[in-house]
Design a protein around this ligand. Structure first.
Ligand SMILES: Cc1ncc(COP(=O)(O)O)c(C=O)c1O
Length: 393
């Protein structure tokens, strides 16, 4: 085929995961027993109640018709109730909620609602790739806000060039963070809201890991900051909270103009979220919080402890992340992140993600996701020990 791809596709950085997938497939075909901590793909199944709700909903022919674009009134009401109970924020279900086919879809399409060619989005890096790829696809320019371990992976807003700030249209924050596991405190969120108001910047907060936190330290919704709703849209998902990544269910809440613009984009692109999935998500959001999510958090926390303690016994000096599904660790000297990832797979069958996948400032690191049982994580550590893989600086 001679046709040249559109510039917006050609401008995207290489998709490192494609290379990784190829090697994984080759190793699996040779019978390798892979311990896959590569993708943040939750392995804890959803609560049985919501599967029962799905099965029941599938039996009603009405639910197989096109759903409403923006979400059923019951779904939006359940979202408003969930947001009030979980984050102490109030959203109007009629004007401040929209359903999404997963939060990735929402975050990327939101860029299309506001970013014109040449527009600037401020993005902390390392970052979840959709945070900068959405802007690139829309023809805009992501401007990187570097984050480092030293500052807790939170950008320093004071060093942003005022000329850039004046030109910026959007800022995308996401705490708890993928890939670093960092959380941000109230004072940073207050500063971010004040900064975006000062420069008239749309504040996007991707809150995908809202419920995956450890040691009882609950992360804050950006919308809990007074005045945030004037400028902020926040993205949520059932993928991580309820172990439903394959169901493709999320929602956005926040400023009504921002929600309306996203809804307008989406009415031109999709037909909303399958009604049977909406019904199941309603069941999920009205479950007894402590029972299911409490167990999920405790499971991920135990896995985090096994992984971090194990790595530290091999010379790393990693602090336990406060939240998210990830452990972010430096690669030993002599390798870049892709080389070390490939070495790990080939020598031990342990799959991780190379830091370069999260932008150039992710180079020098790898990310391991807590998506395998504790026993498999321990086995992975043992395989590293046997292969002589250590961190000595
Ligand atoms: C920060 C962040 N946002 C969004 C997503 C995607 O979630 P969803 O399944 O809702 O599209 C992920 C998935 O890993 C993520 O890490």
């Amino acid at each position: 085929m001679k046709a040249k791809q559109a510039e917006r596709l050609l401008k995207l950085p290489i998709y490192v995961f494609a290379q990784l997938d190829k090697i994984k497939a080759e190793m699996a075909a040779k019978g390798a027993d892979l311990i896959d901590l590569g993708m943040g793909n939750p392995d804890i199944p959803p609560p049985p109640e919501i599967i029962e709700t799905l099965v029941k909903s599938l039996q009603n022919p009405e639910n197989h018709r096109y759903p409403s674009f923006e979400g059923a009134p019951e779904f939006k009401a359940a979202v408003a109730g969930w947001c009030r109970r979980q984050y102490n924020i109030s959203v109007d279900p009629d004007h401040e909620v929209v359903t999404l086919i997963g939060s990735k879809e929402g975050v990327v399409h939101f860029a299309f609602a506001y970013i014109d060619p040449g527009d600037i989005t401020l993005v902390p890096m390392p970052a979840y790739p959709a945070h900068f790829r959405g802007t690139i696809l829309a023809g805009g320019e992501p401007v990187v806000l570097p984050t480092t371990e030293h500052r807790g992976y939170v950008p320093d807003l004071k060093i942003i060039d005022p000329d850039i700030a004046r030109k910026a249209k959007m800022m995308i924050l996401s705490y708890p963070s993928n890939p670093t596991g960092a959380v941000a405190d109230r004072s940073f969120f207050e500063a971010a809201v004040a900064f975006c108001k000062k420069y008239d910047i749309i504040l996007v907060h991707d809150f995908a890991y809202a419920e995956i936190y450890f040691d009882g330290q609950k992360p804050l919704s950006m919308l809990a900051i007074p005045g945030a709703k004037d400028i902020c849209i926040e993205f949520h998902t059932t993928s991580k909270t309820f172990g439903m990544p394959g169901w493709r269910c999320g929602f956005a809440v926040g400023n009504r103009d921002l929600i309306e613009s996203l809804r307008k984009i989406k009415t031109n692109l999709d037909y909303g979220l399958f009604t049977a999935v909406q019904k199941s998500a309603i069941a999920a959001m009205t479950l007894d919080e402590k029972e299911y999510i409490g167990r999920v958090r405790a499971t991920y926390q135990r896995r985090r402890d096994v992984l971090v303690d194990g790595l530290n016994s091999l010379g790393w000096q990693i602090k336990k992340p406060a939240a998210s599904l990830y452990v972010w660790l430096p690669v030993p000297q002599g390798y870049d992140s892709t080389e070390f990832t490939m070495r790990l797979i080939e020598k031990t069958g342990v799959v991780v993600s190379p830091g370069i996948a999260f932008g150039e400032l992710g180079e020098g690191y790898i990310r391991a996701a807590l998506v395998a049982p504790e026993a498999r994580i321990s086995e992975g550590i043992e395989r590293l020990r046997q292969a002589g893989i250590r961190y000595d600086g």
